[in-house]
Design a protein around this ligand. Structure first.
Ligand SMILES: Nc1ncnc2c1ncn2[C@@H]1O[C@H](COP(=O)(O)OP(=O)(O)OP(=O)(O)O)[C@@H](O)[C@H]1O
Ligand SMILES: [Mg+2]
Length: 272
């Protein structure tokens, strides 16, 4: 009874810290908080479920998903439309919350984390790439990347990030002067310029033709290999799976199977 009363007060104070002018302590998300945790695991989900309630109807997007992703891995998430790929990626990236289960980044539980912690997590540790590039049309290539590097703690120079995706010659061009694949590479440079631990890509080649898709995938593979950034890439295209260390096959909100590639194929060798 007393405990409940005290924790109620503490929650109330916690919720009003900003109002009181006491900012909650900034957490170091880069280190494990539990000494017993496996330092090699970057993401772990246990019993992760997501149910969207639309009116009277429950749509089950994820059903008790257990998954571990290790530091530096290149993971492809494969599965038919509606199988839960984006839902899983968004939960790992702190953009969405599950209905039940655990989702951990290193040893930090993302479920139930404060909005402040999730914002810090997304800002410092996660790079997102989506099917559509979401570049700002009135800013140059360099400025689009600089928008992110200006608020990051230990960013790369925009020029260095753009060099990694092979666009160092196009720094002062505007998005409208670039092809779709080049715009996507700018989006990738923007995502990695803050040196995130994980790069989460939701159908990065979905709007691109075959050759352009290869160049974009090669940029992601290079970042994964040269910077050690863990990469999780969603695709409908089974051929892309050959690039990955492991392929997680989702079906109807569950992991149907996980296949391991003994050797990764270079994007340039992939034919689809
Ligand atoms: N905001 C939402 N409200 C209701 N249902 C949703 C919502 N978002 C996703 N869903 C449902 O959850 C299920 C999984 O959706 P999700 O977007 O994760 O699939 P996906 O595998 O990424 O599909 P796609 O390949 O078409 O992008 C689908 O049945 C979808 O209709
Ligand atoms: Mg999707």
């Amino acid at each position: 009874m007393t405990d409940g009363w005290i924790s109620g007060i503490l929650r109330w104070i916690g919720g009003r810290r900003a109002w009181l002018g006491v900012a909650p302590a900034r957490q170091d998300l880069s280190r494990a908080v539990h000494p017993g945790g496996d330092p090699g695991v970057v993401f772990a989900s246990r019993g992760l479920s997501k149910i969207y309630r639309v009116g009277e109807i429950d749509v089950v997007a994820l059903r008790s998903v257990d998954l571990e992703i290790r530091e530096g891995e290149f993971i492809v998430l494969l599965g038919p439309s509606g199988s839960g790929k984006s839902t899983l990626l968004n939960i790992l990236g702190g953009l969405d919350a599950p209905t039940s289960g655990e989702a951990r980044f290193r040893d930090h539980n993302l479920v139930g984390a404060s909005e402040q912690l999730l914002t810090q997590y997304r800002r410092e540790h996660v790079g997102f790439v989506f099917q559509f590039y979401n570049l700002i049309p009135s800013l140059t290539v360099r400025e689009n990347v600089a928008l992110v590097t200006e608020i990051a703690d230990h960013p790369m120079q925009p020029e260095a990030a753009l060099q990694l995706v092979g666009l160092e010659q196009r720094l002062d061009h505007f998005p409208s002067q670039l092809s779709g694949g080049e715009q996507q590479r700018v989006a990738i440079a923007r995502a990695i310029a803050k040196r995130p631990d994980v790069l989460l890509c939701d159908e990065p080649t979905g709007a691109l033709d075959y050759r352009t898709g290869i160049v974009v995938l090669a940029a992601i593979a290079r970042i994964n290999q040269q910077l050690g950034t863990t990469a999780v890439v969603i695709t409908h295209n089974a051929a892309i799976a050959a690039m990955a260390d492991r392929v997680v096959h989702l079906a109807d909100g569950t992991i149907a199977r996980i296949s391991v590639n003994a050797a990764r194929q270079a994007p340039e060798e992939i034919v689809w």
